[in-house]
Design a protein around this ligand. Structure first.
Ligand SMILES: [Zn+2]
Length: 90
């Protein structure tokens, strides 16, 4: 029982140490990387709705289809094909 407590205590100390010293450095680096990635990363994070299965997909990962002058987004090629097969009224 005491050994388990010691491990938990060690983990807590480690977590606290990381929070105080490691956390800040990592935060700064992540922010820098995000800034370098620019707007494209932010745009790819936007969720779009698949009109076939109504699942929300990140824009960057979605399958795109030009449809009646609009771009329609799908979670997979399967849904894209279903949309095409169903016709343009969907
Ligand atoms: Zn889908």
């Amino acid at each position: 029982m005491s050994a388990l407590r010691l491990i938990i205590l060690a983990l807590l100390i480690y977590a606290g140490y990381r929070l105080l010293f490691g956390g800040r450095k990592k935060d700064k680096r992540e922010r820098k990387e995000r800034a370098a990635a620019g707007e494209s990363a932010a745009v790819s994070d936007i969720l779009v709705e698949d009109p076939v299965c109504h699942v929300l997909v990140p824009k960057g990962q979605a399958i795109r289809l030009q449809h009646q002058g609009k771009i329609v987004y799908f979670c997979s090629e399967e849904c894209c094909n279903t949309f095409i097969e169903k016709g343009t009224d969907a």
